[in-house]
Write a protein that binds this ligand. Structure first.
Ligand code: NAP
Ligand code: MG
Length: 399
C-alpha cells in the first residue's frame, strides 16, 4: 500500500470483529497501511467528539476510509458510559462533513433467496446523506403558543408562515436542505447509475410537500435533462421519478437490478427493509460517496449490542461479519484503483470470493442458517466463521 486507509474503529460486537478481521484476514496477507481513529464511544467522549471530526478530515485528505459500526448515544447510553453529553451520531457528522451520498447494496450469495420472490438482482439504495430530520431543530410547545417559520434575508427582511396556533401542548420541528446538497446528491446518483449501468429511480412525497419535496424533484429533473439524458440513452438505462408510495409498490413487484434514490429518512428506513428482505441486515454493505469522489465504506448494521453482552458474559456468539469484511474489501479495492495497485485489488477480490465460498460451502453464522436453502449447512460461531474464511483465503492466495 502506498496511501494509508483512514481506519475508524467502533463499538461493542463490531469492535471485537474489527480486530479479528484485521488479525485473521488482513495483516497476514497485506502490508496494511492505515491511519487509525478510535471512534469508540469512550474515546469520542474523552475527545469531546473531536476524533470524529478529525477522521472525517482525514477522509477528505486521503480519499478512502473504512468505518466500524459505532454507538449513537441515547439517554440510556449516556448513563451506561457516563458521557459528558449525548454526542451526535458519528455517521451523521461524517456524512454532513463530506456531503456525500450513501449507496447500500446487499451481498447476494447462492443458497439465500430473497423473501420477495421476484427479486433476482440486488437493489441499491442511494440515501441522501445530508439534512432533513437529521439536522433538525425541535421544541416542545406550550398550549396557547403560536408557532411560525421566520426567514430573514440578507437585507434583514423577514418572511413569515404560520405553522400552528397551539390550543394545547405540542411539539414542533424545523428542518432544511440546500440546493447544492440536493444537486450533489442528484449528480452522485446519476454518475453511480452510469458507472454500474442500472436504471435510477427517485421518489419523494411531493404531492403533500409541494415546496420542500417538490424542490428535490425539480432539481433532479433539471440536472438530468441538462447533463445526463443523452448519456443515459447511450448506456441504455433510464431515470424515472415517482411518488414514494408508488415506488414501494413497484419495488416489491420488481426483479431488482436498479438504484433507488431516497431522501435521507426514506433511505434510512427503506434500506433496512430491503436488506432484511434480501436476507439479512448483516449482508448489507454501505458506501458514502462525496461529490468530489471521497469514499467511506462500512457495514449497514449497528454494533450488535445483544451479541456483545453475551460475549461479555463469556457466552458463545454467532455474529455475521460479512458486511464488515466487505467494507474492508471495498475500501482496499478503491485504494488499489486510485493508487494503481493491482495486487491489492486482486487480494480484495479474493477475500470477497473466499467469504462467499465459505457460505456457499455450508459454513455460516446462525443468522444465515435459518435463511439458507443449502441441504447441508453448519451454523458456526463468530470466530469459527472468520477462521474458515482465513483457511480458504490462505489456499486461494498461495495458489
Ligand atoms: P444492530 O446492531 O444492527 O442489531 C440489531 C439486531 O439485528 C441484532 O440484535 C441482531 O439480531 C441482528 N444483527 C445485526 N447485525 C448483525 C450481524 N452482523 N450478525 C448477526 N445479527 C445481526 O442494531 P441496534 O441493536 O438497533 O443498534 C445497536 C447499536 O448500534 C446502537 O447503539 C446504535 O446506535 C448503533 N448503530 C450504529 C450504526 C452505524 O454505526 N452504522 C447503524 C445502526 C445502529 P439478534 O439479536 O436477534 O441476533
Ligand atoms: Mg437505520
Amino acid at each position: 500500500m502506498t496511501t494509508p486507509l483512514v481506519e475508524m474503529d467502533g463499538d461493542e460486537m463490531t469492535r471485537i470483529l474489527w480486530q479479528e478481521i484485521k488479525d485473521k484476514l488482513l495483516t497476514p496477507f497485506v502490508d496494511l497501511k492505515t491511519e487509525y481513529y478510535d471512534l469508540g464511544l469512550k474515546h469520542r467522549d474523552q475527545t469531546d467528539d473531536q476524533v470524529t471530526i478529525d477522521s472525517a478530515n482525514a477522509i477528505k485528505k486521503y480519499g478512502v476510509g473504512v468505518k466500524c459500526a459505532t454507538i449513537t448515544p441515547n439517554a440510556q447510553r449516556v448513563e451506561e458510559y457516563g458521557l459528558k453529553q449525548m454526542w451526535k451520531s458519528p455517521n451523521g457528522t461524517i456524512r454532513a462533513m463530506l456531503d456525500g451520498t450513501v449507496f447500500r447494496a446487499p451481498v447476494l450469495v447462492n443458497g439465500i433467496t430473497p423473501s420477495v420472490s421476484t427479486w433476482k438482482k440486488p437493489i441499491t439504495i442511494a440515501r441522501h446523506a445530508y439534512g432533513d430530520i437529521y439536522k433538525n431543530t425541535e421544541m416542545m410547545v406550550a398550549g396557547g403558543s403560536k408557532a411560525e417559520l421566520v426567514v430573514t434575508d440578507t437585507d434583514g427582511n423577514e418572511s413569515r408562515r404560520l405553522i400552528h396556533d397551539f390550543d394545547g401542548d405540542g411539539i414542533i420541528m424545523g428542518m432544511h436542505n440546500t440546493d447544492p446538497s440536493i444537486s450533489a446528491f442528484a449528480r452522485a446518483c446519476f454518475n453511480f447509475a452510469l458507472s454500474i449501468k442500472q436504471d435510477l429511480w427517485f421518489s419523494t412525497k411531493d404531492t403533500i410537500s409541494k415546496i420542500y419535496d417538490h424542490r428535490f424533484k425539480d432539481i433532479f429533473a433539471e440536472i438530468f435533462e441538462n447533463e445526463y439524458k443523452s448519456e443515459f440513452e447511450k448506456a441504455g438505462i433510464e431515470y424515472f421519478y415517482t411518488l414514494i408510495d408508488d415506488a414501494v409498490a413497484r419495488v416489491v413487484r420488481s426483479q431488482g437490478g436498479f438504484i433507488w434514490a431516497c431522501k435521507n429518512y426514506d433511505g434510512d428506513v427503506m434500506s433496512d427493509m430491503v436488506a432484511t428482505a434480501f436476507g439479512s441486515l448483516a449482508m448489507m454493505t454501505s458506501v458514502l460517496v462525496s461529490p468530489d469522489g471521497k469514499y467511506e465504506y462500512e457495514a449497514a448494521h449497528g454494533t450488535v449490542t445483544r451479541h456483545y453482552y453475551r460475549h461479555l458474559k463469556g457466552e458463545p456468539t454467532s455474529t455475521n461479519s460479512v458486511a464488515t469484511i466487505f467494507a474492508w474489501t471495498g475500501a482496499l479495492g478503491k485504494r488499489a484503483e486510485l493508487d494503481g495497485l493491482p495486487e491489492l485489488a486482486t487480494f480484495a477480490a479474493r477475500l470477497e470470493k473466499a467469504t462467499l465460498e465459505t457460505i456457499e460451502n455450508g459454513i455460516m453464522t446462525k443468522d444465515l442458517v435459518a435463511l439458507s436453502t443449502l441441504p447441508e449447512k453448519q451454523g458456526v460461531g463468530s470466530m469459527e466463521f472468520l477462521d474458515a474464511v482465513a483457511a480458504r483465503l490462505s489456499n486461494t492466495v498461495l495458489k
